[in-house]
Design a protein around this ligand. Structure first.
Ligand code: HEM
Length: 370
């Protein structure tokens, strides 16, 4: 048996023509694979937006901060449980909604933006990301923000907006002309920005409302699909932020307040699922749905503790919004697959880099533990 035969796995007696055909087939597979990599890497389309280019854009705008998330870089881990009310089972067969089921949850609260050591500011967008571990090995990963709508409709607009909002090194602020041009080209973003500016900014993480912004599809036991958006509403009354707070005394005051509140008592949020009607946009996170839509109170999230980011905890979770259990499916929102691809690229880069401790770990007035 020749070396060639060994390599191709051809049985003895195979003709030369058959061998050539077989080798050509292998060559075609290899070429196809190389082509797929070239396509995914954007080498075949220098103008196309690839996950790698999106993450390069974050690094261009924010600088490189090895080991940190390229967005929502400053964060802290939280943990608790989700207790299902049973009402969600009407629209989703996901195990997490079975009446009485209590699912362990690991999560991360964070501030939007790519600066891991920025001082906390009340107006910075706050986020809550959660990973539910279902008994049969399924997971539901989700990330939500405390704003009413998302500022852009498409991944391309997201990348454009990042650049338009890049601070001018001379002033430390975005160039107004660039922002004006962006909003002129994207009226949907101008409308969304007005809604975001008009929101009530609450005092901290503990009384924030965290919204999916993207639509998903809940799938019931009988296969019926319902478009949904969902939000976690705080049990606490929301207290509007006051201007009196100054980050001067504690650059991590938002995180420290939450950690202190969780040391005193558990904090609770209700998961409220809004059911979309035909015609409600599922592919446009800049547009709110009508306020009169039916909602379902699907259960209670209880957070019981906070921990600084460290190897092996929430720091190393990729809260990919497309990791979904049976009973929850993506919508046609183009942001969802872009998020999944960009988070994966961000995760791959940060996982391979040496990192400094999180700013939240280094807060002087944390005491011994969060
Ligand atoms: C094309 C649009 C978007 C892009 C390119 C993008 C990009 C990113 C990136 C790169 C990260 C860091 C991921 C990691 O390293 O683990 C991130 C985190 C996050 N994003 Fe997005 N994002 C987009 C849209 C959205 C939308 C629509 C939401 C809606 C709520 C959202 C919510 C979050 C949250 C909550 C986190 C923090 C997750 C965590 O704590 O790990 N993003 N985003």
């Amino acid at each position: 048996m020749s070396l060639l035969t060994d390599l191709t796995g051809a049985p003895p007696g195979t003709t030369t023509r058959a061998l050539i055909l077989r080798l050509s087939a292998i060559g075609a597979v290899l070429a196809g694979t190389a082509g797929a990599f070239a396509y995914a890497g954007g080498w075949l389309s220098p103008g196309a937006l690839t996950p790698s280019r999106v993450i390069n854009r974050f690094e261009d705008v924010n600088g490189r901060h090895p080991g940190f998330r390229r967005n929502h870089a400053k964060g802290m881990c939280v943990a608790g449980t989700f207790a299902a009310s049973g009402a969600g089972a009407r629209v989703s067969r996901a195990g997490v909604f079975v009446q009485g089921r209590v699912t362990p949850v690991e999560g991360r609260v964070a501030l939007a933006g790519g600066q891991p050591y920025a001082a906390d500011a009340e107006t910075t967008v706050r986020s809550l990301a959660l990973r539910f571990r279902l008994p049969d090995g399924e997971e539901w990963r989700t990330g939500m923000n405390d704003i009413p709508v998302f500022p852009v409709r498409t991944p391309e607009a997201f990348a454009e907006q990042l650049l338009a909002a890049k601070p001018d090194p001379a002033t430390g602020r975005p160039e107004p002309e660039r922002l004006r041009a962006f909003y002129a080209a994207h009226p949907e973003s101008a409308a969304a920005a007005a809604l975001i500016r008009a929101r009530t900014v609450t005092a901290g993480f503990a009384d924030g409302t965290y919204r999916s912004l993207n639509a998903f599809r809940f799938v019931a036991a009988d296969g019926r699909a319902t478009p949904v958006r969902f939000a976690y509403l705080p049990e606490r009354d929301a207290a509007p932020a006051t201007d009196a707070r100054s980050p001067g005394a504690d650059r991590n005051f938002l995180f420290d307040d939450l950690a202190a509140a969780l040391r005193r008592e558990p904090l609770r949020w209700r998961l409220v699922v809004t059911l979309g009607q035909p015609g409600d946009p599922t592919d446009d996170a800049t547009t709110p749905w009508p306020v009169d839509r039916e909602t379902i109170d699907a259960g209670t999230l209880t957070l019981t503790g906070a921990t600084p980011e460290a190897p092996g905890n929430c720091r190393d979770i990729n809260f990919d919004p497309l990791v979904l259990p049976d009973g929850i499916a993506p919508s046609d929102d183009p942001l969802l697959s872009a998020r999944s691809a960009a988070y994966s690229q961000s995760f791959t880069r940060r996982a391979g880099e040496a990192t400094l401790p999180s700013a939240v770990t280094r807060t002087p007035n944390h005491g011994a533990a969060l």
